[in-house]
Design a protein around this ligand. Structure first.
Ligand code: DGY
Length: 330
């Protein structure tokens, strides 16, 4: 009998057919957002699940789905999955790193530029029919070229953004990360390591590119925003919850910093109402990796991982590869 898998969100037809040549597949063409209880019910008797960042996989769900052997996420981030609980139960977890790095870096840079140059704010003004005249000080923002680019976090996406800033825009690049890069990677990225306080104080444009973890919760709140330049911008393409969104809205309202660009939110898809009221912000609905080819590459990689995991070979990008040793015997 072929293994049974659940594809928890709507995804490319080509990916569903490929999975269909290996597994009995239950998919979600209507893209319904299932409650934890419904997801658990649909996972009964399934050995694998293809999820995105919107499905929470925790110990309670795993205990209620004893047949599950592999959780394959179409995302690089995996804070929606309790990896320790999966590992303890011999459930393999996979993600989709690398294939989205350059696309996400492009978007991070674009969001930072749109924020610095007030692109959304000025477009809304134009659409409201308020543009009557050119004026010398209309929507003047901060320059990007030559300004100091700050990165909180310095994984693959951070390094790709650093290169764009240093090589393309002549930006001095500074970063802070839990661990400092080795000198070769640091030189390749053109970035200088600084303390978090220095990063906040010196950045003209600060981008957040660190993974979410309980330690990173509200890494940027009122106190941190107060350390930034009044002319600085903040861009978050990492995860909701890293920024205290209420504190950010207040800092934007009172011009503690100049502007912000957010692609991720605390409690998304709900957006803090105060963020919707401030003009000096660019808001996008978690689309940093959303180019057609990258989303296809992510879905294909998640499918490759699922096929490998359930056919007894090593998935290309396992998060907890230590489970592999025991997988084939379960
Ligand atoms: C990721 O890949 O982690 C993106 O944020 C999409 O979920």
């Amino acid at each position: 009998m072929r293994p049974k898998v659940l594809v928890a969100r709507r995804v490319f037809d080509s990916v569903i057919s490929r999975l269909g040549s290996h597994f009995e597949v239950e998919s979600n063409p209507a893209d319904a957002v299932w409650s934890p209880a419904e997801l658990t019910a649909r996972l009964q008797g399934k050995q694998g699940v293809f999820v995105t960042g919107s499905a929470r996989i925790d110990a309670a769900l795993l205990d209620a789905c004893p047949a599950l052997k592999a959780v394959c996420s179409m995302s690089v981030g995996y804070n929606h999955i309790d990896v320790a609980a999966c590992t303890a139960r011999g459930v393999l977890v996979t993600n989709t790193p690398d294939v989205l790095t350059e696309t996400t870096a492009d978007f991070g840079f674009a969001l930072m530029m749109a924020t610095a140059r007030r692109i959304s704010e000025s477009e809304h003004y134009l659409r409201r029919g308020e543009w009557k005249n050119w004026a010398y000080d209309q929507f003047t923002g901060g320059d990007v070229h030559g300004a100091t680019l700050g990165l909180l976090g310095m994984g693959r996406i951070g390094r790709a953004i650093a290169k764009r800033g240093a090589l393309g825009f002549g930006m001095p690049v500074i970063y802070h990360n839990r661990s400092r890069l080795d000198p070769a990677l640091e030189a390749e990225s053109g970035a200088r390591y600084v303390s978090k306080a220095e990063l906040l104080a010196q950045s003209d444009h600060l981008l957040l590119v660190l993974p979410y973890s309980p330690e990173a919760h509200h890494a940027i709140g009122a106190a941190e925003l107060a350390l930034m330049k009044r002319t600085a911008t903040l861009t978050n393409i990492a995860r909701g919850g890293i920024v205290d969104d209420a504190a950010l809205a207040e800092a934007l309202r009172t011009h503690v910093i100049a502007a912000a660009g957010l692609d991720v939110f605390e409690g998304e898809p709900t957006v803090h109402p105060a963020l919707l009221k401030v003009p000096n912000i660019v808001l996008t609905p978690h689309i940093a990796s959303a180019s057609v080819s990258t989303r296809l590459a992510m879905a294909d990689l998640a499918a490759d991982n699922l096929i490998a995991a359930l056919t007894g070979t090593a998935p290309p990008t396992a998060v907890n590869p230590q489970v592999l040793a025991g997988l084939s015997s379960r």
